[in-house]
Ligand binder design. Structure first.
Ligand code: SME
Length: 165
C-alpha cells in the first residue's frame, strides 16, 4: 500500500484530494486558465517545490505553459533535457539528483531533483507536467503515480475541451 503525506491510499479506487481538486479546475474550458490553477494547486499541495508547471508540444518543440516558480526556459528542443527525454520516451522521469543527470537543463539553479510526467492523448505526448525541488531525492513513487493520474485527467480535459485553444 502507498500512502501520501495526508494518509490517502493509492492502491484503491479512492481519489486523493489533490486529484479531486485538479478535476475541478479542469472543468474550465480555457487551457491557460485551467492549467494555471492546476500548477498552483500542485505547488500548494506538495512541499519543498521550487517550480511546478507545464510544457506543451507545439511546432516541433516544447513551449512553456502555465507555471509557478521562477521564470523558466520558454522553448525546449525534443532532443534536450529531462523534458525532451520525457517527450521522446513518453514515460515519467524521476530524477533524484539533477546535478548527476547527463542532460538536465537548469532553469532555476536551486533545483536538485525533478519529476516530469507526459500527458498522452491517443499515444502522443501533447504536454508535460514538470516539478522541481531544491532537495535531492524529493519525489516518491506515490507522487509519481499521483502525477500520472493528474496527467490522465489533463488528457481527458484536452480532448473534451479541444485543447490547445
Ligand atoms: N529541467 C528541465 C527544464 C525545465 S525546468 O526544470 C522548469 C529539463 O531538464 O528539461
Amino acid at each position: 500500500m502507498h500512502y501520501n503525506t495526508i494518509g490517502l491510499c493509492y492502491n484503491t479506487l479512492m481519489k486523493t484530494l489533490l486529484i479531486q481538486q485538479i478535476e475541478g479546475f479542469l472543468e474550465e474550458p480555457d487551457m491557460t486558465a485551467a492549467l494555471a490553477n492546476v500548477s498552483s494547486c500542485i505547488m500548494q499541495s506538495y512541499d519543498r517545490l521550487n517550480w511546478a508547471g507545464f510544457y506543451y508540444a507545439k511546432n516541433g518543440e516544447l513551449i512553456l505553459g502555465p507555471f509557478q516558480g521562477k521564470p523558466a526556459c520558454t522553448h525546449i528542443s525534443f532532443e534536450r533535457g529531462v523534458c525532451g527525454e520525457t517527450y521522446r520516451t513518453k514515460k515519467p522521469m524521476r530524477v533524484d539528483d539533477v546535478l548527476a543527470h547527463k542532460d538536465h537543463i537548469a532553469c532555476d539553479a536551486d533545483s536538485r531533483s525533478e519529476l516530469c510526467v507526459p500527458v498522452l492523448v491517443n499515444g502522443e505526448c501533447v504536454a508535460e507536467i514538470d516539478l522541481d525541488s531544491p532537495v535531492t531525492n524529493r519525489f516518491t513513487e506515490a507522487e509519481e503515480k499521483e502525477m500520472l493520474l493528474a496527467a490522465e485527467c489533463i488528457a481527458s480535459a484536452w480532448q473534451q475541451h479541444h485543447w490547445p485553444n
